[in-house]
Design a protein around this ligand. Structure first.
Ligand code: OOB
Length: 535
């Protein structure tokens, strides 16, 4: 790791790292080698399925190397952070592997992120480059690139997939080269973006060793093998479709990967049929939509063996509907970009699969369930989930103050999720104590949104809360104390978009209040606020 990359990175303690290595959880090979090992084992098998035909493991491996040489030639140095913001296109995988092999650290931004988030991610990571598609979903990322470069001077390079205009064309970068840098598996491989609880999104440093284990152990639990075809339905930059087992899990086990940019039944069912997809992952609202859509979308889904659902709580009725509607096995996944992933197992009884959110991936995952005072609760009782293990971070990147309360002194991550544990080890998620709204699997930091709202000239105080919603689980409600006339929802949404906020974070509902209830210590009392609104 370069000294610049190391700054603000909380490493695993040396003795713990040694024990993970000795137990075989960590192997001393970098993440970018997964594909090279795949090419050695399954040279002619398809690795990537695209609308213009398949690419074999060998072809992808060569493409990844050429991409890596191209990045180095452009001036991206080993250790550099690179904000990568691509939609679910086949190039996602070659760009990712190219960066990994060049020793650069992709900062995996979601396509939905806008100026506010991207500038923040680039600034905190000290990124030297920004990679994006020209346009996607009606949004022009070249304009965003211009704004990011103007605001964050470290961003020296911009490469664009598609019509690059004044920027470097990502497609013409690939080139032949001599040597690639050596990579230490304990270095940061990728920086994931957290849903965040306070302020702007946090960066989650995942090392080569831990992230590789995340992918391979997940692939084993999900029974991945060379016959599998994984469809990236959710945004590929998210931990769930990327590595749980996702794209990386499929490529680690000889399977093939396909991408869709649009998760609607119309588009995704077509892709499942065309590519004979066996596994994919969705969030609960999408699972429910897919179950309904089999009535009107006449596609052959018979290849699908496993539907993973996670990111937000799946209700029991929705869980029970999956197998009969889609003819697949359901798997509930309760995970987090910070690390810990819980899966229901393929051989779990149906009742467990439909009523729990799974159990930890690794025998080395440590789970504690604690009360308000941090004491372990009685077996089976509810409490906050704390966790530590071979693929759970020990700290957010460059966030020492935040880390001081997000982690315990002995390195457990405070998830902010309220769970209870069955004797089988399966967890049931019953709530959360962190101040986020989970809108259909997208976590939105209330704090971040409140800060933006407070900068509106008419708004004196703002509180953001989640309102239960049958479709999305929760909707974003902004409660405003205003001077003068109340702005409309459309006004507020435009105001926030103009500030560069991602669309999924915009409020769905507005409520006016004369004052906000406060707790004894003077914090906004969201519990009271929620009950006032639901009356
Ligand atoms: C996944 O990761 P993140 O980082 O976007 O969000 C994590 C948070 C969890 O702490 C929890 O609050 C919530 O999202 N969550 C769930 C859940 N899965 C995630 N809440 C209830 N039930 C579930 N099944 O969302 C993520 C990462 C990897 C795999 C799957 C999901």
């Amino acid at each position: 790791m370069t000294p610049d990359q190391r700054r603000g990175f909380v490493e695993f303690p040396a003795d713990v790292a040694d024990s993970y290595r000795r137990s075989g959880y960590w192997v001393d090979r970098p993440l970018g080698e997964l594909l090279r090992e795949g090419a050695a084992r399954w040279p002619d098998r398809p690795a990537l399925l695209t609308d213009t035909g398949p690419r074999t493991y060998t072809e992808m491996d060569v493409a990844a190397d050429r991409m890596a040489y191209g990045f180095l030639e452009l001036g991206i140095m080993p250790g550099d952070r690179v904000v990568m913001q691509l939609p679910n296109v086949p190039e996602f995988s070659t760009v990712l592997f190219g960066l990994l092999r060049a020793g650069a650290v992709p900062v995996l931004a979601l396509p939905a992120h806008r100026r506010s988030e991207i500038e923040h991610l680039a600034a905190v990571s000290g990124a030297t480059a920004y990679l994006a598609a020209d346009t996607f979903g009606g949004f022009d990322y070249r304009e965003l690139a211009t704004a990011v470069q103007a605001a964050v001077p470290t961003v020296r390079h911009v490469a664009i997939l598609g019509e690059a205009g004044a920027f470097t064309d990502l497609r013409t970068l690939a080139t032949d080269g001599g040597a690639l840098p050596d990579i230490d598996p304990t270095d940061i491989a990728v920086l994931l973006v957290s849903g965040g609880t306070t302020g702007l999104p946090k960066l989650i440093p995942r090392t080569h060793a831990d992230y590789r284990y995340n992918a391979t152990a997940s692939a084993a639990v999900c029974g991945f093998g060379p016959e599998d075809v994984y469809l990236a339905t959710l945004p590929a930059a998210h931990n769930f479709p990327l590595t749980c087992p996702g794209i990386l899990g499929a490529l680690a086990t000889g399977g093939a990967v396909a991408f869709v940019t649009d998760p609607s039944p119309d588009s995704a069912f077509g892709a499942i049929e065309r590519h004979r997809v066996t596994v994919t992952a969705v969030v609960p609202p999408l699972a429910r939509l897919w179950c309904a859509a089999v009535e009107w979308e006449p596609h052959d889904l018979s290849s699908l063996r496993l539907l993973q659902v996670g990111g937000a709580r799946l209700t029991e009725p929705d869980a029970r509907a999956v197998a009969p509607a889609l003819g697949v096995r359901l798997q509930q996944v309760f995970g987090m970009a910070e690390g810990l992933i819980n899966y229901t197992r393929l051989d779990d009884p149906d009742d467990i699969v439909c009523t729990t959110q799974g159990r930890p991936l690794s025998p080395a995952d440590e789970v504690r369930i604690v009360d308000n005072e941090g004491k372990d609760v009685a077996p089976g009782a509810e409490g906050e989930l704390l966790t530590r293990g071979p693929y759970t971070i020990r700290g957010y990147y460059r966030a020492p103050q935040y880390n001081a309360h997000a982690f315990t002194a002995d390195g457990f991550y405070r998830t902010g999720d309220i769970v209870r544990r069955l004797t089988s080890g399966h967890l049931m998620v019953s709530g959360r104590i962190k101040d986020v709204v989970n809108r259909g699997g997208e976590n939105i930091s209330c704090d971040e949104l409140e800060e933006h709202l407070s900068s509106h000239p008419a708004i004196q105080h703002a509180a953001v809360i989640g309102i239960p919603d049958a479709g999305l689980g929760e909707k974003v409600c902004a409660v405003l104390v205003v001077s003068g006339s109340m702005p409309t929802l459309a006004d507020i949404r435009t105001f926030l978009s103009d500030r560069g906020l991602a669309t999924y974070k915009l409020p769905d509902l507005l409520r006016r209040a004369e004052a906000l209830p406060v707790t004894a210590v003077g914090k906004i009392d969201k519990k009271t606020l929620r009950s006032l609104l639901q009356r």
